[in-house]
Write a new protein. Structure first.
Length: 298
């Protein structure tokens, strides 16, 4: 069964309105009481937000800014070497700071004249249909917490580094955001949970973990890769298969490890034509017919 909450640690709400994030025992911050308290505080902060309000300001600590700085510095040469041209164009246009964590509202203001996208604060799990559907409105739900300082170069959770460095740079590109909006419209158009899962898996293997060929080299365009120094350094060593909607829409994945299987487009235009075209036109019947073509594994 597809699990909507797979990206997030569960959250418990107390009677006083505060939230508690339930980290698993294998989480690097599980035995760090200061980190756990910080996660709870940031989740509670986001939970107080109301539609129409600006995203709340997170008073980031020096340690959290240090993690952002370390990741940004590690990613700079990796992006220059491994990111596709469209991602780099978005990165240049957005001009994120490398020495401190920008507030979500600051990033939204920078995106406004570029693509009109804006961030909404998420305490934790956002229901799948709501998360993807919001993309059609040019809004993106984002967490505000920072990964644990002991593992700055990789996190299986979508922290603010992933949301802003990974997705923010793509949200600054009109070509990218056309794909985000198409995915959002598709998630609203389909009715069955199976079709929604198919749409979301195609998103995972493209806008999260997509790669493409550019000038004879394999380049990354997925935010999940390009927000992780470790993943950016390793993706070229993974199993690479041609872009395949049926395979992407029916393949399970594990978020706790580097992605071992990636699907490569022939170019960014190929992504727009195949993936964007799918999201523009798909419905429940078409997706059911596609899913029926998937091989059955014993």
């Amino acid at each position: 069964m597809f699990e909507e909450a797979q990206y997030f640690a569960p959250i418990v709400e107390h009677d006083d309105g505060t939230l508690q994030v339930q980290l698993g025992r294998d989480h690097p911050g599980f035995a760090d009481p200061a980190y756990r308290e910080r996660r709870d505080a940031l989740a509670t902060l986001a939970s107080k937000w109301q539609p129409g309000e600006p995203a709340p300001t997170a008073d980031y600590t020096d340690d959290e800014h240090d993690v952002w700085r370390a990741v940004s510095e590690s990613l700079r040469p990796l992006h220059e070497k491994h990111a596709c041209r469209e991602f780099l164009a978005g990165k240049e246009a957005l001009g994120l700071p490398e020495d401190h964590i920008p507030q979500l509202e600051e990033v939204s203001a920078a995106l406004a004249p570029l693509t009109g996208f804006r961030y909404l604060p998420a305490a934790g799990l956002v229901p799948l249909r709501e998360f993807y559907g919001s993309l059609a409105d040019r809004t993106f739900w984002a967490t505000q917490y920072v990964r644990h300082h002991s593992v700055p170069l990789y996190t299986p959770e979508p922290d603010v580094i992933h949301e802003v460095i990974g997705h923010g740079n793509t949200l600054a590109s009109p070509r990218f955001t056309a794909l985000y909006e198409a995915a959002g419209a598709a998630s609203r158009r389909v009715e069955t949970e199976e079709a929604l899962e198919f749409v979301s898996k195609v998103f995972w293997f493209t806008l999260e973990f997509g790669v493409l060929h550019e000038d004879g080299d394999l380049k990354a365009y997925g935010a999940g890769i390009l927000s992780s120094p470790g993943e950016t350094d390793e993706f070229g060593r993974m199993a690479i298969r041609p872009l395949d909607l049926v395979a992407m829409g029916t393949t399970d994945y594990d978020i706790t490890v580097y992605q071992p299987l990636l699907y490569a487009a022939e170019s960014f235009t190929h992504v727009e034509d195949v993936v964007g075209g799918f999201w523009d036109e798909c419905d429940d019947d078409a997706i059911a017919a596609m899913a029926a073509k998937a091989p059955v594994h014993a």
